[in-house]
Design a protein around this ligand. Structure first.
Ligand code: SAH
Ligand code: SF4
Ligand code: F3S
Length: 472
């Protein structure tokens, strides 16, 4: 496959966008409010924060109700067929709203727009859509709005700018004390079932200095928890040779951030250096999302995952030895083409052995253009449903046992707010990323990491009591 050099979007290109932003801000026909509907993973959530930041900068304000907004943006996902259907269903629903409010602008962006032939489909099938653009050109949103409001032109730009990296864009964070930082874009792994490398392009790592500066600003701004994002964060720096992922973690730890997380890690690239980081770095949260996908070596090979079950287990054991309080979570796919009952039982055995805190489980979904789409041995729908139900039931039981085993532990909780269930309680997340509802504190604790003693467990949350005098 041809590899394009990374093009850092230069200052001139960003400055050109500033000019468009200035015009839009003063334009009499500009939209006054926006609403962004986000599908998909945290990458997309973070892209939506960037879109929101850019729109705010142009003077638009967020509308709670999408039917009332002047501009509605759908940030789409195409990882599985149902993600795609959900997005298209939502867009079609808005068509009716637009009939009543003809001035409303509708835009589609995100991974779906990066698929081959999508621009033509949008042009033809969704004539009421005003704007469509891909993930590589978010930074051009001011120009798109300018063309919409000033030139009154429909804007379709899915020009696959996948080798670009834009710095210095504004973001409007969803939380004052939790933030995402994208450290790399794209994926080189080509797992045989996965569309991501086709829609998000090849791996591009950001410059370490840019990442560190962003982290320092966030710490200054009072952020307590940073989540580093990338499809495969542990190959950070492989393309640039500038810095390894564990080294980047060490530098970030030195910024004074209280809690660091990252996702997602690919098991084949999980290095000894990263395991050591878990043992040594205070800020690194005791949680790792480590997708295994299947417990059968035969299926893993067909998925092109690049590791065996035994190799995975070895790394997981080393992690638990380095950080005994670590909680592991995973992703699992059932009914991959050719998966037999025996393969599936190996997945069940793996889950029993691993005792994950929780797992995301998916039924395989065929994605056009991927290698798995050419494979034979499609698993019957009823069998797939039965398998995922067995898998979910097994994991639910394990989650219950894991949560119960945490009783009596004192954990640091990043307090997010007042519990929606009981107003006398606060709610937040522990380092293992499990929700904890606790009593004994007041709203003054929101935005801080405080010690909580765990007193009980629900089906996927913990209960606790604020441990005022203790330190974690
Ligand atoms: N980069 C991450 C995950 C990205 S997608 C990683 O490699 O772990 C999130 C999850 O969606 C994957 O881990 C996988 O379990 C699931 N997934 C991806 N493609 C899928 C498909 N075609 N059908 C079903 N599940 C899929
Ligand atoms: Fe998809 Fe595999 Fe890349 Fe994850 S590592 S995004 S599953 S190709
Ligand atoms: Fe979906 Fe794109 Fe993420 S396809 S899972 S939003 S990278």
């Amino acid at each position: 496959m041809k590899r394009e050099p990374i093009v850092h979007i230069d200052e001139a290109a960003i400055a050109a966008q500033e000019k468009f932003a200035d015009i839009v801000r003063e334009h009499p026909d500009r939209p006054r409010t926006y609403h962004i509907v986000t599908f998909g993973c945290q990458m997309n959530s973070h892209d939506s924060e960037t879109l929101a930041g850019t729109l705010h900068h142009m003077g638009l304000r967020q509308a709670e109700d999408r039917a009332q907004a002047d501009l509605v943006l759908f940030n789409t996902c195409c990882i599985r067929d149902n993600a795609e259907r959900k997005a298209l269903g939502n867009i079609t629903w808005l068509k009716e709203v637009k009939k009543r409010r003809p001035g409303m602008l509708i835009g589609i962006c995100g991974c779906m727009m990066q698929q081959q032939g999508m621009a033509e489909t949008v042009l033809k099938k969704y004539p009421f859509v005003d704007l469509a653009f891909g993930t590589g050109s978010l930074y051009r949103l001011p120009e798109y709005l300018y063309r919409l409001v000033d030139e009154k032109r429909r804007v379709i730009d899915v020009s696959r700018e996948e080798s670009t990296l834009a710095e210095g864009l504004r973001t409007l964070r969803d939380s004052p004390f939790k933030a995402y930082i994208n450290i790399m874009y794209g994926c080189n792994n080509f797992c045989s079932y996965c569309i991501v490398p086709y829609v998000r392009g090849r791996e591009r790592s950001r410059r370490a200095d840019d990442i560190l500066r962003e982290a320092e600003l966030l710490v200054e701004d009072g952020v307590k928890e940073i989540t580093l994002l990338g499809q495969n964060v542990n190959s950070y720096g492989n393309d640039t040779g500038e810095m390894s992922f564990p080294e980047l973690l060490r530098r970030l730890d030195a910024t004074g951030i209280e809690r660091l997380r990252f996702m997602t890690s690919h098991p084949k690239d999980l290095s000894e250096g990263l395991i050591e980081a878990y043992a040594g770095l205070k800020s690194l949260a005791p949680h790792l999302h480590l997708p295994i996908q299947s417990g059968s070596d035969r299926v893993l090979a067909a998925m092109n995952r690049g590791y065996t079950v035994e190799e995975y287990l070895k790394k997981a054991r080393a992690l638990r030895a380095a950080r005994p309080d670590i909680g592991l979570t995973t992703d699992l796919i059932v009914a991959f083409p050719g998966e037999t009952e025996q393969d599936f039982e190996q997945t069940l055995a793996l889950v029993s052995e691993m005792r994950y805190d929780s797992a995301f489980t998916f039924i395989y979904s065929k994605r056009a253009g991927t290698r798995a789409a050419q494979m034979t041995g499609e698993v019957d729908k009823a069998v797939a449903t039965e398998r995922i139900e067995r898998l979910i039931a097994l994991q639910e039981g394990i989650t219950q046992e894991v949560l119960a085993s945490l009783k009596g532990h004192t954990m640091g909780i990043l307090v997010e707010g007042v519990s929606t269930r009981r107003e006398s309680q606060l709610t937040g997340k522990c380092g293992r990323n499990i929700s904890v509802n606790f009593s004994g504190g007041d709203e003054g604790l929101v935005g801080r990491i405080v010690p909580v003693i765990i007193t009980g467990a629900g089906s996927n949350t913990l209960r606790g009591e604020y441990a005022k005098e203790q330190h974690t």
